[in-house]
Design a protein around this ligand. Structure first.
Ligand SMILES: [Zn+2]
Length: 261
């Protein structure tokens, strides 16, 4: 197995203790996608790379990348923590979910094309105060293709019509125009605004987004739509996702009781 010492960009996905004093750190890398790093003495007090490997840290590292098994980091050249994400419960929850989703979407130790930049841009936007749910929904929409679900968002899957109302059908793997709604009694009954945003999300490049503002009702519909597609067609049940759902339910309850400020 060839190993070459190289520099790479990485984002810490998670870390776990290994043996007495070592650490395993899972990172998303720009060169070989998700990869597990073995960090000798990583738990020792005063370990020199301690702050470079904290959760929600990203930066440039130098090490040897394996095409199979564990990789190694020799040194970190420049790292930063997403401070706002690390210090905020909701941002933290969505960023954890994004990283976990990406970890499941891509094969370890394999290049992932432009996805590293897309994920880094998403985390950067959340860290700069953009709506974390919306940013996450954009990535969820786009990652569907990686999970092997590639819905047709832009036009009716039967006749190709793109103007006039469209609605989503899981059975047909995409949008149906009103003339073809009769084909699927279980179509989602989406309103035009939700359809519009799903279409936008599918092709959005984060690096060119300045601000996305969506009203709370549409946000709930978008989340429900994506949750349904993920539950039914991807079949992924992530702990970080459950946590977000619990958090949102609690927030709604508090809202109903007038406890939100
Ligand atoms: Zn049609």
């Amino acid at each position: 197995m060839a190993r070459e010492t190289t520099d790479f960009r990485g984002i810490v996905i998670y870390r776990r203790d290994y043996r007495e004093r070592d650490l395993l750190v899972k990172m998303l890398t720009d060169r070989i996608g998700p990869a597990m790093f073995y960090i000798r003495d990583g738990k020792k007090r005063g370990f020199r790379m301690a702050s470079d490997l904290l959760p929600f840290t990203h930066g440039t590292y130098i090490g040897s990348l394996a095409d199979d098994g564990l990789s190694f980091i020799n040194t970190a050249s420049e790292t930063h923590q997403y401070q706002q994400i690390a210090g905020d419960l909701s941002k933290n929850a969505y960023a954890s979910y994004i990283l976990s989703l990406v970890d499941h979407a891509f094969t370890d130790n394999r290049p992932l094309g432009g996805w590293f930049d897309q994920v880094a841009a998403a985390l950067e936007l959340i860290n700069h105060g953009r709506d974390e749910q919306v940013v996450t929904n954009v990535l969820e929409t786009q990652l569907l293709a990686v999970f092997g679900v590639a819905p047709t968002w832009q036009h009716c899957v039967v006749c190709g019509q793109s103007d006039g109302p469209l609605d989503f059908s899981e059975q047909y793997g995409g949008m149906l125009c009103s003339r073809h709604w009769y084909l699927d009694p279980h179509r989602f009954h989406l309103d035009r605004r939700t359809v519009y945003y799903l279409q936008q999300f599918a092709g959005l490049n984060f690096q060119r987004v300045n601000n996305i503002k969506i009203n709370p009702q549409t946000k709930r519909r978008l989340q429900l739509t994506l949750d349904t597609i993920y539950d039914d067609q991807v079949g992924l049940h992530l702990k970080s996702k459950r946590f977000i759902q619990q958090m949102n339910r609690l927030e709604q309850k508090m809202g109903n009781l007038g406890m939100n400020d």
